[in-house]
Ligand binder design. Structure first.
Ligand code: ADP
Ligand code: MG
Ligand code: MG
Length: 477
């Protein structure tokens, strides 16, 4: 089950693995692949390595390149969706009737749409995630799982993991494989986008504000991006919604001030799920930010463009063509990455999707409009949930998606307090995109790096932050 990756005889060499475990963990610590602990998430006194794989996992080079190559198209697609109110209205109409969270975001969107827009600078930092689907005839293809347009994480830590795996390979005497691990620096690329937008905002004293959670376990991932900004003499502050509510205000030109400092950019690393808004004050802070002259990363329409319902709408025939009327090749390149996606709206199409899922639940994933991992429904539970809301509009809070079946590989998942064992694993490849637009002018549009996350195949769902997946690197094969 090595699929061209690290051979089984190495994976099963017990003495070597025991030796590598300690070296791997020390090397992660030395390279800053860090997380704060569960018990003290807001203190730097005790930290640990972020969970990661002992070895890099194999990824076919051509599919990896395909994912990188399509990223600037996804950047433009998200940006175009965000500028199309009638599409957003239409696509999300059924969802916002039943999903309170999306409805709440949509309300803010409608509200700011009514006001004159003085800020023409748009900054997008996203991550498009893929799995490699293996069909029954053995053919492997790149399939998009989702695109994250808000708070896409691990660009910082994944900038440091290549050196960790390279060191492990050296110690394991696998020199030939070193060149199969690429350099990766999303931290620099994300910072480049932030720096460009800050420059265009045009006020040297204005700060970049990271909008953060109250629990800051993953702060080192942020710090890598933050420190890239400081290196360019761009000041950064970190604030939570309630702090923005208490100390924030807009001046007569809608400039945003927080604690007396003008904010050029609000970079959301929070605000993507309902419990990030602990009170009405959080929502008021979000609204104040959206109404302000600060560059929002993302702005509310770009946030909405990343919902699963939009992803499903894009997969309908003819929709991509609306966004790229003169670019059939762009359309083809994007569509090539789409898995089967099905509406659950009331009507014939929705009824057909329900029937498909009830007949073969193992072939599908049922997805609500949520982020952060652990929200999807699989297997027998799909039946249960769908039967409970079969002909009700409740079902329109979800979309249905073909289940991607990647080829499993063996690896070791290193995680605090977990004894080492060889696991059967599945990987998910993320690609980071950055773009900056001023008015109608795209001033920056780049693919800025990648992320590989790997989890035990026992888990259907869940990311690194959710404690399921761990950081990895593609070993290009
Ligand atoms: P979230 O926004 O919560 O991260 P995702 O769409 O990424 O939502 O789903 C979470 C996880 O569920 C993914 O990381 C992946 O492991 C799994 N998953 C999602 N969609 C599929 C799919 N179509 N096939 C297989 N696994 C999936
Ligand atoms: Mg997501
Ligand atoms: Mg995801």
């Amino acid at each position: 089950m090595s699929a061209g990756g690290i051979p089984d005889k190495v994976l099963r060499n017990g003495d070597l693995i025991i030796k590598l475990e300690e070296i791997a963990k020390d090397t992660a610590l030395l390279n800053g692949v860090l997380m704060r602990t569960k018990d003290t998430p807001n203190s730097p006194e005790v930290v640990n390595y972020a969970p990661f794989t002992l070895f890099p996992s194999p990824v076919p080079r051509a599919l990896f390149q395909q994912a990188l190559a399509v990223q600037t198209h996804f950047n433009r697609l998200v940006d175009r969706i965000s500028q199309n109110p009638s599409f957003l209205e239409e696509a999300l109409a059924s969802t916002i009737k039943v999903d309170d969270f999306t409805a709440r975001l949509f309300k803010i969107y409608r509200q700011v749409l009514q006001e004159p827009q003085s800020q023409s600078i748009v900054l997008g930092l996203n991550r498009s995630d893929y799995m490699l689907d293996q069909s029954e005839d053995g053919n492997v293809s790149l399939k998009q799982i989702e695109i994250n347009t808000i708070a896409a994480s691990f660009g910082g830590l994944s900038s440091r993991t290549p050196d960790v795996h390279r060191h492990i390979l050296r110690v394991a005497n696998r020199m030939d494989e070193l060149k199969q691990i690429l350099d990766n620096n999303p931290a620099a690329g994300l910072a480049k986008g932030l720096a460009k937008a800050w420059e265009l905002y045009g006020s040297e004293k204005a700060v970049v504000m990271f909008l953060v959670e109250d629990i800051q376990r993953n702060i080192y991932d942020h710090r890598f991006v933050e420190n890239e900004l400081w290196k360019r003499n761009i000041p950064v502050i970190r604030r939570q919604f309630d702090e923005v509510y208490k100390t924030g205000s807009l001046d007569e030109n809608k400039r945003l001030f927080v604690d007396g400092q003008e904010v050029a950019i609000v970079y959301f690393r929070n605000g993507y799920m309902p419990n990030n808004y602990s009170s009405e004050q959080s929502w008021e802070a979000r609204l104040m930010i959206e109404r302000s002259l600060a560059v929002k990363c993302p702005n509310i329409s770009t946030h909405l463009a990343g919902t699963k319902k939009i992803q499903q709408e894009l997969a309908r025939p003819g929709v991509l063509e609306r966004f790229f009327p003169d670019e059939p090749e762009t359309v083809a390149q994007i569509r090539d990455t789409f898995a089967g996606l099905y509406t659950l709206d009331l009507g014939d199409d929705g009824d057909r999707a329900v029937a498909l899922a009830l007949a073969n639940p193992d072939l599908y994933v049922l997805k609500p409009q949520r982020e952060g991992g652990g929200n999807n429904i699989y297997g027998a539970e799909i039946r249960q949930v769908l039967e409970g809301m079969k002909d009700s509009s409740e079902r329109t809070a979800y979309i249905l998606m073909d289940k991607i079946k990647p080829r499993p590989v063996h690896n070791y998942l290193l995680r605090e307090g977990t004894p080492l064992r060889l696991s059967t694993c599945l990987s998910e490849l993320g690609v980071f995109g950055a773009y900056v637009r001023k008015g109608t002018d795209m001033v920056l549009n780049e693919c800025v790096g990648h992320l590989l996350r790997t989890k035990s195949s026992e888990h259907a769902d869940g990311g690194v932050a959710a404690g399921v997946a761990v950081l990895d690197n593609p070993l290009l094969v």
